[in-house]
Design a protein around this ligand. Structure first.
Ligand SMILES: Cc1ncc(COP(=O)(O)O)c(C=O)c1O
Length: 350
């Protein structure tokens, strides 16, 4: 079936591009001599996670417990969960997951570590732990090498936990003094540094320069128009590197310069700002407005005229926000549908 025959709006993935992106990143990390741990947050699909592993990724990383559960149920064996797990419902689920697969979590406070330790002890499981240190991301993470050392010592003494090392996000070269001090403190105190984990697509060589053992990249799978001028690491990106597209249908042509498609914020999300996407069939069209269920396309520079029922295929600006909004995902090669997936990662925000 041609992708124009699918009911719209619909996500299609160009599998040839997907495979290339996955292979290129695996080769890049192999050439650098650093382990790649593929992030699953952009695709939330165990099938793609398995492709990442097959290409050379060391296990996977998930941001949400619900995604980790999907990955474990699909047989994935080494999962890092880079999120503070808080609250009895999640703690029980985490310990249940530990019976199914090897799971490591990040923590940045004794409160979080204590909660995991209590539940793990009650359930008789061991959870791997990395201490998260904030090295400029200004999100989670302990605020100094001393705090990382102190928390690591506390984690080492808590039952049900096994300290494995350090984690930070994103990998920034400016963090070198902080990382060097934290590593020195861990070594001097005899604390485990089996894993030092950095992250962020495009920063693989930074993680290598910081002496990390592994690098977590995720966006490379779908890439994204928001980075089409390159990622800052010399990678030359183009729309052809973006496998995720949305097929839409023209539902109205109110004026010569305005075409309306059946996809707005609920299909694409609003982040980041305009322009909202790249239109494959006609690069002179500009997707320059969106309401909840309508997409406004400016056709004033196009030589083509559009009619109700025409199809337009759009590469969204922010690919990964789109995956969480659709029930089905179509895999295609040469514009023909190969497989249809139920999007099991959809809505897994807990
Ligand atoms: C903790 C963590 N690690 C790794 C990544 C992967 O970053 P990227 O999507 O740039 O590859 C992210 C992205 O949000 C993240 O939050």
């Amino acid at each position: 079936m041609h992708i124009y025959e699918i009911d719209t709006p619909a996500i299609v993935i160009d599998v040839d591009v997907l495979e290339k992106n996955i292979k290129d990143m695996a080769n890049h990390c192999q050439n650098l001599g650093i382990d790649l741990r593929g992030h699953t947050k952009s695709h939330k699909n165990p099938e793609i996670a398995k492709m990442q592993i097959e290409a050379g990724s060391k296990g996977v990383v998930c941001q949400k417990l619900g995604d980790a559960e999907n990955m474990a149920q699909a047989g994935i064996e080494d999962i890092l969960l880079t999120y503070n797990i808080v609250g009895k419902y999640k703690l029980r689920r985490l310990c249940k997951l530990a019976r199914l697969t090897s799971i490591t979590v990040t923590v940045d406070s004794l409160a979080v570590a204590q909660g995991i330790s209590d539940q793990a002890s009650e359930d008789g499981v061991i959870i791997g732990v990395l201490i998260e240190i904030d090295t400029g991301g200004n999100r989670t993470g302990v605020q100094s090498p001393t705090a990382a050392e102190n928390l690591a010592k506390q984690v080492s003494n808590l039952p049900g936990l096994r300290l494995k090392g350090l984690m930070t996000y994103p990998s920034l070269i400016s963090a070198k003094p902080v990382i060097d001090e934290a590593v020195e403190r861990f070594i001097n105190s005899g604390l485990s540094l089996e894993i030092i984990s950095g992250g962020g697509t495009g920063a693989e060589s930074v993680s290598k320069a910081l002496g990390f053992t592994e690098h977590r990249s995720g966006s490379y799978v779908y890439e994204g128009l928001s980075r089409i001028n390159g990622r800052g690491d010399g990678t030359d990106l183009s729309p052809q590197r973006c496998p995720l597209r949305v097929v839409t249908t023209v539902v109205s042509v109110p004026t010569r310069s305005r075409v309306i498609v059946d996809a707005g914020m609920k299909t694409f999300r609003m982040f980041p700002d305009m322009p909202y996407g790249y239109i494959i069939e006609d690069t002179n069209l500009r997707f320059d407005g969106m309401s909840v269920e309508h997409g406004q396309i400016n056709s004033k520079n196009s030589e083509n005229s559009y009619q109700v029922g025409d199809k337009l295929t759009i590469i969204p600006t922010y690919q990964e926000g789109v995956t969480n909004l659709h029930d089905k995902i179509f895999w295609m090669r040469n514009d023909h549908v190969e497989r249809v997936f139920k999007n099991i990662g959809r809505g897994k925000v807990q």
